[in-house]
Design a protein around this ligand. Sequence first.
Ligand code: PLP
Length: 368
Amino acid sequence: MGYRVRFVDFPEHYRKIKSEVDSVIQEVLIGGDYILRRHLKEFEKNFAKFLDVKYAIGVANGTDALFLSLKAANITESDEVITVSHTFAATVSTISQCNAKPVLVDIDQYHNIDVSCIEAAITEKTKGIIPVHLNGRICDMDTIMKIASDHGLHIIEDAAQAVGARYKGRRAGSFGLTGCFSFYPAKILGTLGDGGMIVTNNKEIAKKLFLLRDHGQDRETGAFLFHGFNSRLDNLHAAILKIKLNHLPKWIERRREIANLYHEGLSDLASLQLPPAPNEGNFYDVYQNYVIRSNNRDELVAYLRNQGIEILVSWPKPLHKHKALNLDHFNLPLTEQISREVLSLPLHPELSDSDVGFVVDSLHNFYN
Ligand SMILES: Cc1ncc(COP(=O)(O)O)c(C=O)c1O
């Protein structure tokens, strides 16, 4: 079905920056600069500056950012890592890929880790916490950092959905041992395929990550220092992302404007639960997704799709309910309730005010 309001609009997004993107692609092709070249180094430098962190290491995707971070933190067999079930599979799967045990706790009304559940989940095997800054809102990092320091735990931030978000003035990804980002095309800062980044302020961890992503090889001496992986961010993606990073602040502002339009347009619908409106208090949210809650979610989704509005549901079934993942012994009531109620409305910088108005009117029509 051709949607009247798309969830993301890749062709229009490209059209707006076509000349810049086309010319940097040409530059890369003409220079033959494909692997670990100048554009990657420049993008890493600019990304680190944007986040106000010391090091940025470009990797193949957001999943590898998490996996290599766990490896760099020496998470291994019989260790436990605390995170949530209401997240993309990669957050939990990467813990399992290290042969460690994911320990899942419930979420709060903001769909982020419920910090009041963390301490009860800590055992002598716990080595780390992965807070997921879902939908562009940072977790309660004051409390999480305090728990981590009290118990000597590593924090690996899953900031795949939160590039540019701030908590008390600090950017997502800059609190923990590492911060992990995804440049999947539909992300706020997306490339033409897969891409990811790890950031850190820790020199030793940065050094290890630069090696881990490139076979464990010291390129200057040729020596292999350990068994590593091939997970480099392609220079072509880095070149495109470097251009897009310059536009990011204004794209984020437009996302916040749209979130505000939704907030104003939908606040009178008592049957819906809305995310917090954008404000300049402790939380500067970037709205990777505009997620609302409804008791009759499935009918509402069908109605909106029928009106020509593309809707996503992330996620209708929490990870611990997928039997094959062997995580089904957790009791997470709010996680389960939220996964029955959530739906994501279209929100991207290419959306016009009248598109937003149409979505708002359609929601009113449904409830009237
Ligand atoms: C919360 C979260 N974590 C991790 C990832 C994994 O990122 P990637 O798709 O780049 O591997 C994603 C992306 O979909 C995500 O949304």
